[in-house]
Design a protein around this ligand. Structure first.
Ligand SMILES: Nc1ncnc2c1ncn2[C@@H]1O[C@H](COP(=O)(O)OP(=O)(O)O)[C@@H](O)[C@H]1O
Ligand SMILES: [Mg+2]
Length: 430
C-alpha cells in the first residue's frame, strides 16, 4: 500500500471513534478521512456526516458517495446487522467482523455454545426461554449465580444474583416482563467466577492476529467500584495483572482455540476480537467476547502501538496481516472519563465545556458525548462526555499527568473517578 492512498470512512460517534480518527489523521497512508455520525469534537478535525448506524443501506450509500476505499466500523450495532457484509459485497475493504462473526458479541448463548463446543475455558452456562424451566433449574443451584440476557443490552443485561429470590426476579424480568425487549427473549444462567477481570484485544485476520497489551477498565460510576454500572469510567494499559504466564495461558487455551474454532465453523473473522477474561484460581476463563474495540480501552491501546494502527487494520481487512512486524511503545497509558451530571441514569445535556488552551505532550482529550453549537462552543451531549488520555513511563506518572490535565477542564456537573488504576498502583506500592 502506498502513502496517501486511503480514503477512510469511520462509523461511530464515541471516544473510541475519536481515537480511531486521530490514528487516521496521524497515518501516512491516509489521504482523507470522514466520520459518520461523529460528534462535536470530531467535527473540529474531520467532516462528519449524519447517519443512523444500523441503516446498512445508508452506510453503503455514504461509503460509495465518498468513494471510500476503507471503512472502519467502531460500534457493535452496525456489525450485528451486517454492515460489513454489505460493504464487502460492494468491494470495499472493512475493518470489523461480518454478521456471523459479530454474533460472538450479539448472542451470549451462541458464544457459550461456541466456547463449550471448542473446550475453551469459561463459566458453565445453560440457556432458557421459559421462566418456569429456568426457575426450576435455579432451585438446585449454588449462589451467587449469573443471569444474562443473551442479546445486545447496552451493558445492562447481566445480573449477579446473590440468592434464589434475586435470581428468580431477574429471570422473570427478562423472560416475562421483557425488560430488555428481544435481547432478553433468551437468557443464560451461568456459574459465578471469582477473580480479577482484564481485557485482551486482538486485531484478527482469520488465522493471524496481533495481541494488544492487556487492559483493565472501571465499570462502576464511583470510586472504589461503588454505585451503578456504566459504559466505562476509565482504563489503563498495559495491565500487569496479566502476567506473562497468564498471557501464555490466554494464548494457548483461549485465543488460538477460538480462532481455530471460528475457521472450523466457517466464520472468517476480520476485525477486533475483545476477550474479556476472569483470572481465576484455575487460570484465565472467558467472561465474554466483544466484536469491536472497547471504549474506553481503545483510547489507551492505539497510542501504545509504534506500528501504524491504520496499516494493521487495513492489513486485517485485506488478509495481508504480518504479526511479526508489530512494535509497541514502552510505558503506560491511562484514560479518565469525564461524565455529565446525572450519568449513568439521566445525563444532563447542553452544559458548556471549557478546555485548556494547550495540551501537554503525551496527552489527549477525546470526545464522546459532545456537540458543537453554532457559536463554536462545545457542549455536553451524552453521559460520557470526554476522555482524558495520558502517557507515562510508569502507571503512576500516567495517572498524575491525566489528573493534572483534568484540573484544566470544566463543565457544570462534571464528575469522574479519582481512582483509575488504583488497584494496580496499590500493588505497585504507590
Ligand atoms: N460468570 C461470571 N462470573 C462473575 N462475574 C461475571 C460473570 N459474567 C459476567 N460477570 C460480570 O458482569 C460483567 C458484565 O458481564 P458481560 O458478560 O461482560 O456482559 P456485558 O459486557 O455485555 O454487559 C462482567 O464484566 C463481570 O464483571
Ligand atoms: Mg462486558
Amino acid at each position: 500500500m502506498t502513502e496517501k492512498s486511503l480514503r477512510v470512512l469511520i462509523i461511530g460517534s464515541g471516544g473510541r471513534e475519536h481515537a480511531l480518527l486521530k490514528a487516521c489523521k496521524a497515518s501516512p497512508l491516509v489521504a482523507a478521512v470522514a466520520v459518520a455520525p461523529g460528534n462535536g469534537g470530531m467535527e473540529q478535525e474531520a467532516i462528519c456526516y449524519p447517519l443512523n448506524v444500523t441503516d446498512v443501506h445508508a452506510i453503503v450509500a455514504l461509503a460509495k458517495r465518498l468513494d471510500a476505499n476503507f471503512v472502519i466500523v467502531g460500534p457493535e450495532a452496525p456489525l450485528s446487522v451486517g454492515a460489513v457484509d454489505a460493504l464487502v459485497a460492494e468491494g470495499i475493504p472493512v475493518y470489523g467482523p461480518n454478521k456471523a462473526g459479530a454474533l460472538l458479541e450479539a448472542s451470549k448463548t451462541f458464544t457459550k455454545d461456541f466456547l463449550m463446543r471448542h473446550a475453551i475455558p469459561t463459566a458453565w452456562g445453560k440457556k432458557f426461554t421459559s421462566s418456569e424451566e429456568a426457575v426450576e433449574f435455579l432451585a438446585a443451584q449454588k449462589f451467587p449465580i449469573v443471569i444474562k440476557a443473551s442479546g445486545l443490552a447496552a451493558g445492562k443485561g447481566v445480573i449477579i444474583a446473590e440468592d434464589y429470590d434475586a435470581a428468580c426476579s431477574a429471570v422473570y424480568d427478562m423472560l416475562d416482563e421483557k425488560c430488555f425487549g428481544n435481547a432478553g427473549a433468551e437468557i443464560l444462567i451461568e456459574e459465578f467466577m471469582e477473580g480479577e477481570e482484564a481485557s485482551i484485544m486482538l486485531m484478527v485476520s482469520e488465522d493471524k492476529y496481533v495481541m494488544l497489551p492487556a487492559s483493565q477498565d472501571h465499570k462502576r460510576v464511583g470510586d472504589g467500584d461503588t454505585g451503578p454500572n456504566t459504559g466505562g469510567m476509565g482504563a489503563y494499559a498495559p495491565a500487569p495483572v496479566v502476567t506473562p504466564e497468564i498471557e501464555k495461558a490466554v494464548v494457548e487455551t483461549i485465543v488460538e482455540p477460538t480462532l481455530k474454532g471460528l475457521l472450523a465453523d466457517g466464520i472468517r473473522y476480520r476485525g477486533t476480537l475483545y476477550v474479556g477474561i476472569m483470572i481465576t484460581a484455575e487460570g484465565p476463563k472467558v467472561v465474554e467476547f466483544n466484536a469491536r474495540f472497547g471504549d474506553p480501552e481503545c483510547q489507551v491501546l492505539l497510542p501504545l502501538l509504534k506500528t501504524d494502527p491504520v496499516q494493521l487494520m487495513y492489513d486485517c481487512a485485506t488478509g495481508t496481516l504480518d504479526p511479526s512486524k508489530v512494535e509497541f511503545r514502552d510505558g503506560f497509558n491511562i484514560i479518565v472519563v469525564l461524565a455529565a451530571q446525572g450519568y449513568p441514569s439521566t445525563p444532563r445535556k447542553g452544559d458548556i465545556i471549557s478546555f485548556p488552551s494547550k495540551l501537554p505532550a503525551g496527552t489527549a482529550i477525546l470526545h464522546s458525548g459532545t456537540e458543537r453549537e453554532d457559536s463554536g462552543d462545545i457542549v455536553t451531549a451524552g453521559g460520557r462526555v470526554l476522555g482524558v488520555v495520558a502517557h507515562g513511563a510508569t502507571l503512576a506518572t500516567a495517572a498524575q499527568n491525566a489528573y493534572a490535565l483534568i484540573e484544566k477542564i470544566r463543565f457544570e456537573g462534571m464528575h469522574f473517578r479519582r481512582d483509575i488504576g488504583a488497584r494496580q498502583l496499590k500493588r505497585d506500592g504507590v
